[in-house]
Write a protein that binds this ligand. Structure first.
Ligand SMILES: Nc1ncnc2c1ncn2[C@@H]1O[C@H](COP(=O)(O)OP(=O)(O)OP(=O)(O)O)[C@@H](O)[C@H]1O
Length: 253
């Protein structure tokens, strides 16, 4: 088994419209199996575009990408949908829960779509719900729970099928600092307990410092990266310093 879970080579994305825009200009990036990496950069630098190309929400204009040694862009629509469901988990800023379903039904959705048998569903649900500490809200509707709880439910749904790669776009963007901290502690323990490979976009240096490595984008390219050493505080400071240097929307720091 290769120790590279995600291999991106010379990824380009051009948005074609009234005004054409080169959002990604040749990104080379590798995520190791079991690695946790944060993606940062000024507003408009291409972070979400990069994540959307990896998650196959958006199609790159050029370049190559493999996830777990497979190229999702070679698949037809049906196989791509299966590939997404088996290999990838997604967590978004706005939770993306289905409001007509209960919390439990939301979490089980990926297994329902894959017609997993009832016994296995029950055991996986029990494990993930216990791990995330959301046993008490299983029968509630999504409008009856807090933002922090919503994100836990979204995380449970993203990991219940044990994806090879978990992708998160601003997962704490709609949370207060206490809920954000608790969601990040959860990501960290999912990563450590289940050896989940994790790629997360965030604009928050504290949130980013939960990762083992931070990559910085600027103007559609990779600008720099920082590896976490022994001291989280020092890592955090280096992240803040790089963002300050990059400017563009990080002046509030
Ligand atoms: N569908 C689209 N059509 C045209 N241009 C787009 C489209 N989506 C994004 N862009 C442009 O591509 C660039 C990168 O956008 P992207 O959303 O990836 O940046 P970002 O780094 O995630 O920004 P932010 O931190 O503000 O979310 C921006 O200049 C944006 O205006």
């Amino acid at each position: 088994m290769s120790d590279i879970i995600l291999n991106v080579q010379q990824l380009h994305k051009d948005y074609v419209g009234e005004v054409n825009y080169k959002a990604l200009k040749g990104i080379d990036f590798q995520l190791k199996r079991n690695e946790f990496v944060s993606v940062m950069g000024p507003s408009g630098s291409g972070k979400t575009t990069f994540l959307n190309c990896i998650s196959t929400i958006d199609r790159p204009t050029n370049g190559s990408m493999t996830i777990n040694q497979k190229d999702p862009y070679e698949l037809n629509d049906e196989d791509l949908a299966k590939f997404r469901r088996s290999e990838l988990g997604f967590v978004f800023q706005d939770f993306n829960l289905v409001h007509t379903l209960t919390v439990e039904e939301n979490i089980l959705l990926p297994l329902t779509l894959d017609a997993v048998n009832g016994k296995e569903m029950t055991s996986r649900l029990a494990e993930v719900v216990r791990f995330l500490g959301i046993e008490d809200i299983m029968k509630k509707r999504t409008f009856e729970i807090s933002g922090g709880q919503k994100q836990r439910v979204a995380i449970a749904r993203a990991v219940i099928h044990e994806p090879s790669l978990l992708l998160a776009d601003e997962p704490t963007g709609n949370l207060d600092s206490k809920a954000a901290n608790s969601v990040m502690t959860l990501f960290q323990s999912i990563h450590e307990t289940f050896q989940t490979s994790l790629l997360m976009v965030t604009h928050d240096p504290y949130v980013a410092s939960f990762a083992e490595r931070v990559i910085f984008m600027q103007d559609g390219m990779l600008y720099n990266e920082i590896q976490k050493g022994d001291h989280k505080q020092q890592f955090y400071q280096e992240i803040v310093d790089t963002l300050t240097f990059l400017g563009g929307g990080y002046h509030e720091l």
